[in-house]
Design a protein around this ligand. Structure first.
Ligand code: FAD
Length: 464
């Protein structure tokens, strides 16, 4: 089959920026079958497969793309689903530009193959074929508890259920999905997609028990000693927001991005008539430069803010958010205040936010993270007039499970210590993975950790 040697990717059809910044519908609309096949023919099927080495879970990328090029979408899905259990999600939110696509040889001269866009196409094609009847696996008599229903917990539960384990997921919130439902907005990841993935697990026999806070409702020890679970996977994420500890952070109108996004997404505050309160401010400053900051800024804009600022202390090059999210945010009118660091939030006599005072920064020598250290420019203070400030400067694991589980070793920063190759923790039969172990990372890494732990739990219980 003739290769397509065009230098650029097939563009992704999307809603126009001036329309989408007023609605919560998905921004990117997905390839047609013709666009997908044309894009797939840009893959050179390199013998040494560099893209696969860039994928944290080693998806057979050239294998599934070759099937797309032939128009065999069912075959493409089969190849994909050998290594990933969440392709419709990963195709939408994975940072491909720093993983598989970064390694693509087509990127040496021109743009890489649109691997993420093709993954999304194949997964969406499969979903459009309708739901398949699933035959629940034969039970093997072993019971496993999974704590948390984010990508790590879902992947772990799915792999174990397919092997016949009786799996129950315990989730603190009233809905399953973790960050996929409470953090990432509808316009980037429609919740119907997450719902379908979860429904697929339920068909395999996975039980989901929501509103159960492990560490309060029940402990890890009780799950094992009283409830009869022979192994536990902890995939409780890193949902505890960090603050800057600057004056004014307790004013009315200051939020953590987690709270703001949970109200907006999971509790659907953006829908007309929804009873969930959320601040619909006119001028909003979002502090931070990652995906969470971009999501918060773009939600604030969609909720009606006239001006939304991203305040970030380094330069554009160091922004940790996915390039596509930065690009979309700019198109939607988000104003980037780069090399600026907040020092104080200003309030009026009624304790309402009226502004955020920042200092200009320059970049010095690289710090321990390898990024150039921001250095303050003395006397450069200035104020941005805002009535809402959203802090998106990172999160850490909630200490609840650690503090209620004797013998569970954790690092000084709060992450659970688990063996990278197996997910095993310091307690026999207790495994962990995802953000709870690594700190805030990515969906694909969390999913990979869940799959690794599932394989280890299987070995542990079969050897028992
Ligand atoms: C706003 C936002 C945008 C993001 N965008 C991207 C992106 O574009 N691409 C990307 O790859 N990654 C992105 N990430 C990161 C990614 O979502 C996470 O790395 C991933 O979800 C981690 O998965 P997890 O399963 O470890 O944890 P989570 O998804 O955090 O799920 C943990 C679950 O455990 C539950 N839980 C916690 N404690 C308990 C308890 N004691 N008992 C019971 N349940 C508990 C929580 O309620 C939650 O549902 C984003 C994160 C955020 C917050």
């Amino acid at each position: 089959m003739a290769k397509n040697m065009r230098m650029d990717k097939n563009a992704m059809p999307e809603q126009p920026a001036e329309v989408r910044n007023k609605n919560f519908l998905e921004v990117a609309l997905g390839y047609t079958a013709e666009q997908a096949m044309d894009e797939a023919r840009r893959c050179l099927s390199c013998r040494n497969r560099p893209c696969v080495s860039g994928c944290p879970v080693g998806v057979d990328i050239p294998g599934f793309i070759a099937k797309v090029a032939e128009g065999d979408f069912a075959g493409a899905y089969e190849v994909l689903s050998r290594d990933t259990s969440l392709p419709a999600i990963c195709g939408r939110v994975c940072p491909q530009e720093t993983q598989c696509e970064e390694k693509c040889v087509r990127a040496l001269k021109g743009e890489s193959v649109g691997i993420g866009r093709l993954e999304r196409f194949v997964a969406d094609w499969k979903m459009a074929q309708g739901e398949e009847a699933v035959r629940p696996p034969v039970p093997n008599g072993h019971r496993v508890a999974v704590i948390g229903s984010g990508p790590s917990g879902l992947a772990c539960a799915g792999d174990l259920a397919k092997k016949g384990y009786e799996v129950t997921i315990f989730e603190a919130l009233h809905a399953a999905g973790g960050v996929l439902v409470y953090g990432i907005p509808e316009f980037r990841l429609p919740k119907e997609i997450v719902r379908r993935e979860i429904a697929g697990l339920e068909k395999l026999g996975v039980k989901i028990d929501t509103n159960v806070v492990v560490g309060k409702t029940i402990s890890v020890r009780e799950l094992m000693q009283e409830e009869g679970f022979e192994a536990v996977f902890i995939g409780s994420g890193a949902g505890l927001p960090k603050f800057m500890h600057i004056p004014g952070e307790n004013l009315k109108g200051v939020f953590s991005a987690n709270e703001f996004l949970t109200r907006t997404n999971l509790m659907r505050a953006y829908e007309l008539g929804c009873p969930t309160p959320v601040m619909k401010a006119q001028r909003v400053a979002v502090v931070g430069g990652g995906n969470v900051a971009m999501d918060a800024a773009r939600c604030a804009k969609r909720l009606g803010a006239k001006e939304v600022y991203i305040v970030y202390r380094r330069s554009e090059k160091e922004l940790p958010a996915r390039a596509e999210e930065v690009h979309h945010a700019k198109e939607e009118g988000i104003i980037f205040k780069l090399l600026n660091n907040p020092v104080r939030i200003l309030g009026d006599g009624n304790f309402n936010v009226i502004g955020i005072e920042c200092l200009e920064m320059t970049l010095g020598e690289p710090d321990e993270s390898g990024r150039r250290r921001p250095v303050e420019k003395p006397g450069s203070e200035f104020v941005i007039d805002v009535d809402c400030v959203i802090m998106a400067i990172g999160t850490s694991p909630n200490p609840l499970i650690k503090s209620t589980t004797d013998g569970l070793e954790t690092a000084s920063w709060g992450g659970i210590i688990a063996d990278e190759a197996t997910g095993a923790t310091s307690i026999p039969g207790v495994y962990a993975g995802g953000d709870a172990v690594t700190g805030a990372a990515t969906v694909i890494l969390a999913m990979g950790a869940g799959k690794t732990a599932a394989a280890s739990i299987d070995q542990y219980l079969q050897g028992k």
